[in-house]
Design a protein around this ligand. Structure first.
Ligand code: 13P
Ligand code: ZN
Length: 212
């Protein structure tokens, strides 16, 4: 099996895993992975639980649709990550419940909207930036992500949901899950006085495990 065929299978397998555990519902969300001559991305209006690997869309390096079903309308978000983060090999966009709930809260810190409450969010996701609301499929959100210059591996789209990049498809999926669980903790603890990780704690994690 070619490496692209394996990647197609991997996208379908991990997408189904996310769907089966309720990280995505209906036809929400999209997943992409970089390939040598462009990228693979889930088709628009497809359900992450029932992808046919052979029908996953392929775009060339300029974003032209070259094969498979019609690509996700959020291809702009995905391309913005690949263009600004050369280390990114995959991107996951979800409407996962708690991260999306947090994206609708009006008083979150735009520069650190998923603050580090436990170590794994530092180790797998890093600091998360809030991107203002755009209609789904509006290329403007991609333009804003490009303006961030690759400083964030993940962003939260206001009133919409997270977009998370990783070195490969498994890392991007794990990071999206970690972001969701952290959003859940933050909302569970919203009314409680909290002991957050300190700047020293975060720096130690970045030194030992690498910065995201
Ligand atoms: O999450 C989505 C829109 O933001 C789903 O869009 P697509 O079905 O075009 O991938
Ligand atoms: Zn969406």
């Amino acid at each position: 099996m070619s490496s692209e065929s394996k990647l197609r299978e991997e996208i379908a397998r991990l997408s189904k895993s996310l769907f089966d555990r309720g990280f995505s519902v209906g036809s929400a969300g999209n997943i992409s992975a970089a390939v040598e001559d462009g990228m693979l991305i889930t088709p628009t209006n497809s359900c992450l639980g029932f992808l046919d690997p052979a029908r996953i869309s392929k775009l060339d390096g300029d974003g032209n649709h070259i094969s498979g079903d019609k690509p996700s309308k959020e291809m702009f978000l995905h391309r913005a990550f690949y263009e600004t983060r050369p280390q990114a090999g995959a991107v996951v966009h979800l409407h996962s419940t708690f991260a999306t709930a947090l994206s609708c809260v009006s008083d979150i810190d735009e520069d650190d909207c998923i603050p580090p409450i436990t170590p794994y969010v530092v180790m797998r996701v890093g600091r998360v930036k809030l991107v203002p609301y755009f209609r789904p499929g509006d290329a403007g959100a991609g333009d804003l992500i490009r303006l961030l210059g690759g400083r964030y591996a993940a962003v939260l789209l206001a009133n919409h949901g997270p977009v998370v990049s990783g070195r490969d498809i498994a890392s991007a999926v794990y990071a999206a899950e970690e972001l969701e669980e952290t959003a859940k903790l933050l909302l569970l603890l919203r009314e409680s006085p909290k002991r957050m990780l300190t700047r020293e704690n975060v720096e130690e994690l970045q030194t030992v495990f690498g910065a995201y």
